[in-house]
Design a protein around this ligand. Structure first.
Ligand SMILES: Nc1ncnc2c1ncn2[C@@H]1O[C@H](COP(=O)(O)OP(=O)(O)OP(=O)(O)O)[C@@H](O)[C@H]1O
Ligand SMILES: [Mg+2]
Length: 439
């Protein structure tokens, strides 16, 4: 088995990694041309997307000895550890220094571009120049690293690793399903849509969790039902098997769908609000809605945007409006504030901040370039962000009121069944008149 075979999907990245590994193990081909080997590779991306897996593949394929450094000791000792790692690598050159989770090297959660640890890594890289050391690092948050450390010459190649999507996600799911006994109801394409934007680690965990449910039931095969339970448990943090809770909720719920005090009806309307907006703006996008709840985690909703005729900006705006659909639904239905909407609001604000500060959709004067933005710029940005979120919120309410019947029917069905699939949503939608609303 080739070292890269464990990486499923990600064909462009895999090719890049294989080429880098080739420069390490077949030096002569490059020496003839007079080119020097790349000195470092930086893999960055969200947790669980496979950076360490990719780094390990390069290490294994290159055949070089590796010296690994990961934050596991107090600051003073750790700086010493960084230096020792490089010294050992130089003694055993040609070799690889593997700096795993390098953005955790500096203390605390704040941004520390000038931290002693980074300065040490930088000077060690410089000292190891021309000593046949290849530096491989993985990072979650690039912004916490000083630019000087990540520049070409230190890390010649930088690769962003994103959560798998489309065919990549399907291949990874199929790979994890291959070793398990599943019945024909399990379809990797459907799972990929339900788990759109999830990391490889999340895909792996949910699939295994489905198997655990099946095993506990002593079932012969893992079914789609087990998989949906695993989604509810892992993605929405609720207890799909909690029959006592379910019976209690049913009783509590009965005949009280319009009671604002009723927590179950609130969850049903909240999630239906998200889903209706997603369906109106992006037809066919809703993949799963759950009204199972646990403690303060309430319900859940997933969607998948796949219409290439719309622009990325349209998708972003639709997502923001859909995030606000939960609290808009509660206000619309019960005339009260939704106590379960704080993470939705965080998402909406963060995404709007991205559009305004990073992309500049409300004017380039609001664009941020570095860590040292003036207080004036920051407050101007915050004001515009809040105004835009208000606008999106009004849009969310407009969509719900123009599609009131669909909204009510979906909430009722969700309260009754607790879990609705894409097929359920489309069936209910086909019975209602849908009014499109421009974004
Ligand atoms: N392309 C892939 N194909 C199959 N499995 C994968 C793939 N990428 C990641 N995985 C699996 O997902 C899990 C997480 O991967 P990994 O630890 O490499 O992520 P990471 O990006 O390094 O995360 P972190 O930032 O938290 O360190 C592992 O079990 C790994 O085997
Ligand atoms: Mg890792």
């Amino acid at each position: 088995m080739n070292a890269f075979d464990r990486i499923i999907g990600y064909s462009s990245i895999k090719k890049d990694l294989q080429q880098i590994s080739d420069t390490l193990k077949n030096r002569e081909a490059y020496d003839i041309l007079g080119v020097s080997a790349p000195r470092g590779l930086l893999l960055y991306g969200k947790p669980g997307v496979g950076k360490s897996l990719m780094a390990r593949a390069v290490i294994q394929d290159s055949g070089r000895r590796v010296f690994c450094c990961r934050k596991d000791s107090p600051n003073g000792d750790f700086v010493k550890k960084i230096k020792t790692t490089f010294e050992n690598a130089v003694e055993n050159a040609p070799s690889i220094v593997y700096l795993d989770d390098m953005d955790k090297f500096a203390n605390g959660d704040e941004l520390h571009p000038d931290a002693e640890e980074y300065v040490t890594v930088q000077s060690c890289i410089d000292e190891a120049k021309d000593k046949q050391i290849f530096v491989l690092a993985t990072v979650n948050n690039m912004k916490s690293l000083p630019y000087s450390l990540r520049r070409a010459g230190r890390f010649d190649r930088t690769i962003e690793v994103n959560a798998p999507c489309g065919k990549d996600a399907e291949e990874i799911i199929a790979y994890y399903l291959k070793s398990k006994s599943c019945d024909e109801s399990i379809d990797p394409a459907v799972i990929a849509k339900i788990m759109d934007r999830c990391s490889c680690a999340e895909l792996e965990t949910v699939i295994n969790e489905a198997g655990l449910y099946a095993g506990y039931e002593r079932a012969e095969f893992i079914t789609m039902e087990h998989f949906l339970k695993a989604c509810v448990r892992t993605m929405f943090h609720a207890f799909p098997d909690d029959e006592a809770g379910f019976a209690y909720e049913q009783e509590y719920f009965s005949g009280a769908l319009s009671d604002p005090e009723n927590i179950v009806s609130q969850i049903a309307y909240h999630e239906a609000g998200h889903a209706v907006i997603s369906e109106v703006l992006c037809p066919g996008s809703v993949t799963l809605i759950s009204a199972y709840n646990a403690d303060r985690k309430q319900g859940g909703f997933t969607n998948y945007y796949n219409d290439n005729r719309k622009t990325p900006l349209y998708w972003e705006k639709s997502r923001i409006i859909s995030h606000l659909g939960g609290c808009a639904a509660i206000e619309q239905k019960f005339g009260i504030n939704d106590i379960g909407c704080s993470s939705d609001l965080d998402q909406a604000f963060n995404m709007t901040r991205y559009l305004i500060v990073d992309i500049g959709i409300c004017g380039l004067h609001l664009h941020s370039t570095d860590f040292n933005d003036s207080q004036r710029l920051l407050s101007a940005q915050e004001e515009v962000i809040a105004g835009e979120v208000e606008k999106y919120y009004r849009k969310a309410k407009e969509i719900l009121s123009k599609n009131r019947i669909f909204f009510e029917k979906l909430a009722e069905a969700l309260a009754e069944k607790k879990l609705l699939s894409a097929v359920d949503v489309q069936r209910i939608k086909s019975e209602c008149q849908i009014t499109a609303v421009p974004v």
